[in-house]
Design a protein around this ligand. Structure first.
Ligand code: NCD
Length: 308
């Protein structure tokens, strides 16, 4: 098994099932430690965050995770107050940050940005989302949520609904699911279907069906993973307006789901899940966000301490 110590986490495709399981086991172990034991794990280590795009959960959960294992964090969550405004390149910003910290988490609007940063940095880079390409640590916490809430990933039927063309969490999730025995429904309006190159890649490894109407699979699903229409990725705002509200998960849809089916969402949600769903036993998206802290603490401990 490839070691995790000191490596970059750029694409979920770089991790095998054995490595995913190591991270999940570490999250389980860490979650049972006392605060005091936990705070010794990364004492004296510093995380740097370079966020060129907005974020709430990813940045806060990384910071909370690092604080819980005894480390500290520094960085920027908007380029407005950084030298990027003076024209400094991503390469130079990464070089400088890597000189001050032990690990860098990067969120950037360009596909390939994290891979590029990893070539420049002498410290591990964690991709905290790159363009429409990938969001590997979100996939870690998504699979971890399914394991915790359903007891297993193997054998499940998973529906992924929404803006499958632009949603980077969808790509990382699918690339992680290829290690499990699952079948997948990809549910989206015709113009927001999964990108063809990814269909080619995942199609060889997991059975999937592309549909436009959730009614075709709703009663079979164990997990419904909802995503938002990614307004910022549309070049034509009229097209966005047309797509907006094209699917809404509400109580009517829930009433046709299996009793123990769960609804997930990487968040933020707009109007694709009605607020009435929040109080039902199906809703798991807030738990999902909470698991992000333990998963990211586990990942940081595995990367920063050569003990795996
Ligand atoms: C996602 C993202 O940034 O890709 N958010 C997150 O990190 N949980 C999902 C989204 O923005 O829709």
């Amino acid at each position: 098994m490839g070691r995790l110590a000191n490596r970059d986490i750029i694409s979920i495709k770089d991790l095998g099932r054995d490595q995913l399981e190591v991270i999940f086991a570490e999250a389980d172990r860490i979650s049972k430690l006392s605060d005091e034991e936990r705070s010794c794990l990364c004492k004296g280590k510093t995380l740097g965050y370079a966020f060129y795009e907005p974020s709430t959960r990813t940045r806060l959960s990384f910071e909370a995770a690092m604080a819980s294992v005894g480390g500290s964090s520094l960085g920027f969550s908007s380029t407005a107050t950084t030298s990027t405004q003076k024209g400094e390149s991503l390469a130079d910003t990464i070089r400088i940050m890597a000189g001050y910290v032990d690990v860098v988490i990067l969120r950037h609007p360009l596909d390939g940005s994290s891979r590029f940063a990893a070539e420049i940095s002498n410290k591990p880079i964690i991709n905290a989302a790159s363009g429409t390409e990938e969001h590997p640590t979100q996939a870690l916490l998504d699979i971890y949520t399914i394991k915790k809430e359903k007891g297993t990933v193997d054998g499940l039927k998973i529906g992924i609904i929404g803006d499958l063309k632009h949603g980077r969490t969808v790509y990382s999730l699918l690339y992680a699911l290829i290690h499990y025995d699952v079948s997948v429904y990809l549910i989206s309006p015709e113009s927001l279907k999964i990108r063809p190159e990814s269909i080619f890649e995942i199609g060889k490894l997991i059975p999937f069906t592309e549909i436009t109407d959730i009614e075709e699979c709703i009663d079979e699903l164990d997990v419904l993973y909802v995503t938002r229409i990614q307004r910022e990725r549309f070049t034509d705002q009229e097209e966005y307006e047309k797509m907006r509200g094209s699917y809404v998960v509400g109580l009517d849809i829930l009433s046709r789901m299996k009793k123990d089916a769960i609804v997930m969402h990487p968040l933020p949600r707009l109007d694709e899940i009605s607020p009435e769903v929040d109080g039902t036993p199906h809703a798991r998206y807030f738990e999902q966000a909470r698991y992000g802290k333990d998963i990211r603490a586990a990942l940081l401990n595995l990367l920063l301490n050569s003990n795996d």
